[in-house]
Structure formats: C-alpha cells, structure tokens
Design a protein around this ligand. Sequence first.
Ligand SMILES: CSC[C@@H](O)[C@@H](O)C(=O)COP(=O)(O)O
Length: 347
Amino acid sequence: MKTIEWIGDVDGHLRLLDQTKLPTETTFLDCETPEDVYGAIKRLSVRGAPAIGVSAAYGIIVGLRDVIQTDRATFDQQFNKVCTYLADSRPTAVNLFWAIDRMQKLAQAESQLDPAAMRKRLLEEARTIDDEDREMCDAIGRFGAELIPQGAGVLTHCNTGALATAGMGTAFSVLYSAHKQGKNIHVYADETRPLLQGARLTAWELLQHGIPGTLICDSMAAWVMKEGKIQAVVTGADRIAANGDSANKIGTYSAAVLAKAHNIPFYIAAPSSTFDLSLATGEEIPIEQRDSAEITHGYGKQTAPLEIDTYNPAFDVTPAEYIAGLITERGVIQPVTTEEIAKVIAD
Ligand SMILES: CSC[C@@H](O)[C@@H](O)C(=O)COP(=O)(O)O
C-alpha cells in the first residue's frame, strides 16, 4: 500500500492514502487539481515533512495540464502560480519549500524546452525526489540502528514511518532496521495530542511490521522513563536550523527535556532535505498554529467548553543541547553543533 503514488503517465494524477481516516478506514484520494493537493496537505490527509515535499512536487504537475499547448512564457506563469500556491499549504516543514525550490530551479535551467517537454521533465524530477526520499530513509535506518542498544525500549513521538515519507520513514526507519537486525527492541509510541498521529498512525505501522510496541499517552512518558523502560528516544523533524535546533510535532521538546532528566539519549532522525541552513537558530523557524477545534473537539467529540480560550501550536523546537545526535542519510552528526552540521550538510 503506497502513501503517495503518481498514477499514469504525464497526464496522470496523484493518489494519496487519506491519513485522516486511519486506522479504521483505508481510503485513497485522487488529486486532479492543485486545490486537491493543497487541501490534502492542509487537512493532513498527507502529512510528515518528507511526504509533504514529495506530494507538492507531484502536485505541481497536476497544475500544468491546461498550459501544455501554450507558449513557454504562459507555461512559466502558471508554473510559478502553482508553486506559490502549494508553498502556502503549511509553514513549518521545510521539505515542502525544498521540493518546490528544486522544481523551480529545474524549470529555470531548462528554459529551452517547450511546455509539453518541460512538463514531462518536471514529472521525472518529481519521481526522482520520490525515489531519493526512499533511499534516504533506508540510509537513515542503517545509521540509526547502530545507536540502538540490544533489547532497548525506545520512545518515539508523532508518526515518522512510511506514512510520513516515500520510504520506510525517518525515526521509524531506525526502529524498523533495529527490529530487522534482531535487536529485540520494544517501541513506546506517544499518542501525540491533539491529532493522535502516534495512536492512529504509528501504532498502526508497528502492527503492520510486527514490531513489538506499546501505546502510551504523552503524559505518561516521564513515568515510563522513571520505571527504566526507555533506553533511547528517537523522533523525526520538520525543520532543523543551522545550529541543530529542531522543530518537530508539539510534545517533542517535552520528550527531550524528560530524556535529559533521566539521562537517556535523545536522537532526531531526518534527511538532509529537512535542514534549513539559512536559519541560524530555531528561533527563526515558523511554527504552524492550528484550529482550536482540534483541542476542543478531538476527532469530532466535544471535550471542552466552547467558551474557553485555546492555544494550538502544531510544532515546538527542541534546542540543540538536548539532542545527542542527528541521524541523517549521510551519517550521524555528533556532537550537534553548527560546525559539525555544516561539515555534513553544506554541499
Ligand atoms: C518523517 S516525519 C517528521 C515529522 O514531519 C513528524 O515527526 C511530524 O512532526 C509530522 O507532523 P504532522 O503535523 O503530522 O505533519
């Protein structure tokens, strides 16, 4: 079952597994317009930083259907309009902007191609972004598994698996590789309030792959650590600043602070496309604010009085000093400093 799939040839469309329906329903969304793709990203039908980037790259192609018979200037105008539109779907995951930027650079470099040829070339690029993400997931898994001790309990937060990427995932790929290597790990998945990506998605993926796991509420993490059940924490990231400060799903910072208090290593696993070296520190990372209904009406049922004020930041930033290592497809960055990151990530 594929999370993201391009159906057909250049005139095809994007098919996404609708993650808002999991774990109870497996349904797919056929995206035929940029509006379909924008909506799917915004409402989290497709989510997870790398998956958002891959979806946006394909989303550009569906927005270029009506301009292949025109001249290149008209094509470029529509292309840039679609790119700007999709870039507005979510603010925090830098992979979205990274993928769109890559498509724009290609269009600039191939200015001699006519619209039909350019659209074909852009589809090839989107497929390359998709394939590369799969390979990056595998490499992250290989490097990360080395850090996981035999028999470890590993806490993770949010969902970072095949649903969040084009491959086996980022943090989840580390867990998957350690499991495949026979390390006899046990995963503790935080439920991840308010949208329950851990409960709905990570729990589902653990079962799919037969990885031993236990679902806990976010508020239980400290106690589970205190009980000695956790030997490592591994999460993903949506954007990593030049100094290593890492934005990820709200609650990640809490897990990092708790890990430090219990002397447990806290790792972030992310591909190079998640690094934003243009930002010196995490203070500059834009944090998505989401609708209060996600807190007051968790999955439909009203759980709070409507008159209460709410605050719903979707991400937080874990300071670099809490991170024992950044697991990338190019190796593990340790210690997490601006200098070490620049050595591995700057091309
Ligand atoms: C490989 S995914 C890394 C992150 O994107 C993931 O941990 C996360 O925070 C996803 O948030 P979401 O709001 O579900 O898109």
